[in-house]
Design a protein. Structure first.
Length: 107
């Protein structure tokens, strides 16, 4: 089975799960090849991801610190009935207050 990861810069990382024919484990050079060429991480980064869930930096754009959570935006548009343009200019505090008003008063 081949796994693929599409990166924001257009690269596609590919790796396979396979086992040596004799059921032995991979040698150090094969392991290094998989990390370096297929996963494009070093061993420390790989194990931090496996053990701690620390996702490697792949150039993914970070959302602005003042960005509204996607589920809040969806609720404001679909439940409250606000326009996207109106929601786009709201602060987190204003958006939360507007959602609370909807839940408390139904408007």
């Amino acid at each position: 089975m081949t796994y693929e990861l599409n990166l924001p810069d257009g690269r596609i990382l590919r790796t396979r799960i396979s086992h040596p024919v004799d059921r032995s484990t991979y040698g150090r050079s094969m392991w290094s090849h998989i990390l370096r060429d297929q996963l494009q991480v070093d061993e420390t980064t790989f194990w931090a991801c496996v053990k701690d869930g620390a996702v490697p930096d792949r150039g993914t754009p970070k959302p602005p610190s003042n960005a509204l959570p996607a589920d809040l935006v969806q609720l404001l548009i679909s439940k409250v009935g606000l326009d996207e343009a109106e929601v786009a200019v709201m602060s987190k505090e204003d958006a939360a207050a507007r959602m609370q008003k909807y839940w408390a008063e139904g408007v």
